[in-house]
Design a protein around this ligand. Structure first.
Ligand code: RIB
Length: 322
């Protein structure tokens, strides 16, 4: 039998991206420096990231019968993702994300879910085979919460690892059952702060909050702290897996690069700490390039970075733009 698959259940969006020196305030109009349209959506990004890193990947999701949907499916197929479980729905638009990226590479995102909002627990039930073939199931929160819970249940019943990226984080608490079904909860500092009910401004706070989040039910918490890497809380201990300092061009999709890479690493049999180190490298490379899916690194690029210490300057010709 070949290696188990990575199954992603989640969103597909067309990203409409504006680059500007700073984000406008309320009522303010600013001139941006560039515009790009590129495939995105947290689910699709994670699927494409995992496929670029050598994973055997399927994506369960929903798009509209429109040009954006067509283009999103095309780029995923090109990367080797099995998109047959992505349904196409007449009369609804494909998901769209309006993204502003400032001069520090930081983004703000507004999504219009469209077809993503119509992915149901029935779609999960119809994809039962996919869960049986999966070693890891990657979940995020851009599709209805009841569908995410159904997918987590199906994954756990099939014996697959559940990786839950709680993004975008809801205003209220997540269902206890969902957190308990998660083998790995993957928040960034903002998401961890919302889930824990206290801010996570630095590494010291992340250390404490990772432990607190473990009490909510997941088997492990991987709290991402940007260039500083991640705090991993599991099995009664907490570890810091350092990240890489890189020149940040665009952080959009970095968390998705991380999740996709961690899914591949765990399916390949790496332990959690080594998997997080691998995922840190994939995320670091992704922020050196523009866009979400266009920035996802290849396996060769991530492996080549294994020897890098705590700083990495990409060669000029490696800075891709969308
Ligand atoms: O995580 C980045 C993604 O968030 C973007 O691609 C955008 O589509 C939103 O879903």
């Amino acid at each position: 039998m070949g290696p188990k698959r990575v199954l992603v259940v989640g969103s597909l969006n067309m990203d409409l991206i504006v680059y500007c020196d700073r984000r406008p305030g309320p009522g303010e109009t600013l001139a941006g420096t560039a515009f790009a349209m590129a495939p995105g959506g947290k689910g699709a990004n994670q699927a494409l990231a995992a496929a670029r890193l050598g994973g055997h990947v399927s994506l369960l999701g929903r798009v509209g019968e429109d040009a954006f949907g067509e283009r999103l499916l095309g780029s995923l197929r090109e990367a080797g993702v099995d998109t047959r479980p992505v349904a196409r729905t007449v009369g609804v638009s494909t998901g769209v994300a309006l993204i502003t990226v400032d001069g520090n590479g930081e983004n703000s995102i507004v999504i219009v879910p469209g077809a993503n909002g119509l992915l149901t627990p029935n779609d999960v039930a119809a994809g039962a085979n996919l869960f049986r073939e999966a070693g890891a199931v990657l979940l995020q929160l851009e599709v209805p919460l009841e569908t995410v819970v159904a997918a987590a249940r199906a994954a756990a019943a099939a014996g697959a690892r559940v990786l839950l990226d709680p993004a975008p984080v809801p205003g209220g608490p997540l269902p206890r059952e969902l957190l308990q079904l998660a083998d790995v909860l993957l928040p960034n500092q903002h998401e961890a702060g919302v889930l824990a009910g206290r801010a996570v401004p630095d590494l010291a706070a992340a250390w404490d909050v990772a432990g607190d989040l473990l009490d909510l039910g997941p088997r492990a918490v991987v709290l991402k702290v940007g260039a500083q890497g991640a705090i991993v809380a599991a099995n009664g201990r907490c570890d810091h897996v350092p990240g890489l300092e890189v020149p940040a061009v665009d952080t959009t999709g970095a968390g998705d690069a991380f999740a996709g890479a961690l899914g591949v690493a765990l399916v390949e049999g790496l332990d959690l700490l080594d998997g997080v180190a691998f995922a840190n490298r994939a995320a670091a490379l992704s922020v050196t390039r523009r866009g979400a899916q266009p920035s996802m690194p290849t396996r060769h690029e991530v492996d080549r970075l294994a020897g890098a210490r705590d700083r990495y300057e990409p060669p000029e010709d490696a800075v891709r733009s969308s």
